[in-house]
Design a binder for this molecule. Structure first.
Ligand code: MG
Length: 225
């Protein structure tokens, strides 16, 4: 039987850092938040404050409004725009779409497990145009479970009617993705575009989606030895 491939969203399928810069760039211009000369420092500060997505944007905007003396828009307006408009800038990593399409055609079943808010994360995923290949989309807030809780991985297995050993989890977070999936008995692939980064806990590491197909096949063979 072909493996079930479960993916994380942020910084695994979705190139979040690139999408975020595109979005903030647009937002600064659209709402005329700061003069052009301050645009770069506004973007830089936004990225610092949100700390890889771990700080929700109401806090980020409150701080930015103070620091940059923004008076023409409220924290609420900017947050609403973030929730509604971020997905318009959703960008996936290189070769994601063709890889997903090939894996899907080869008979792999694909699913998404993302920690985050709903429907925000769903919209960010749908915007990537990959939904036709995915038979499961799980966002933590919707089911009240978060990675690395074993229950969220078991929930996906139940949906696919498979065992954890039938799954490979692909993600960028050492604890939430790799440790979490490994604990329930899934094989794991760590993804990070930085070539020097490795993850000793995972069964494999990839830096580009062109490596995924071979890595999946290799892990599948390993499991059957
Ligand atoms: Mg991630």
């Amino acid at each position: 039987m072909k493996k079930v491939l479960l993916f994380d969203l942020d910084q695994t399928i979705l190139n979040r850092s690139e999408s975020l810069i595109k979005f903030i760039n647009w937002q600064v211009n659209f709402f005329k938040l700061v003069p052009q000369a301050l645009k770069e420092s506004f973007i830089k500060r936004f990225i610092e404050l949100e700390n890889n997505g771990s700080v929700w944007k109401d806090v980020v905007y409150r701080q930015l409004i103070q620091e940059f003396h923004i008076t023409n828009h409220t924290q609420h307006q900017l947050l609403e725009s973030y929730i509604n408009d971020f997905n318009k800038f959703s960008t996936s990593f290189e070769c994601v779409e063709e890889t997903m399409q090939r894996l899907y055609k080869q008979g792999y079943r694909l699913g998404l497990i993302s920690n985050g808010k709903t429907p925000f994360q769903e919209h960010n995923f749908y915007a990537l145009g990959l939904s036709e290949y995915f038979s499961l989309v799980v966002v933590s807030e919707a089911i009240g479970l978060r990675k690395p809780d074993p229950e969220i991985f078991m929930y996906a297995c139940k949906q696919f009617n498979c065992r954890p050993s039938d799954c490979i989890f692909i993600g960028d977070h050492p604890k939430a993705d790799i440790e979490g999936a490994k604990k329930v008995g899934m094989q794991t692939i760590y993804f990070h575009p930085t070539l020097s980064l490795q993850q000793p806990l995972s069964d494999a590491t990839i830096h580009h989606y062109s490596q995924l197909e071979d890595t999946v096949k290799r892990l599948q063979e390993k499991r059957h030895l």
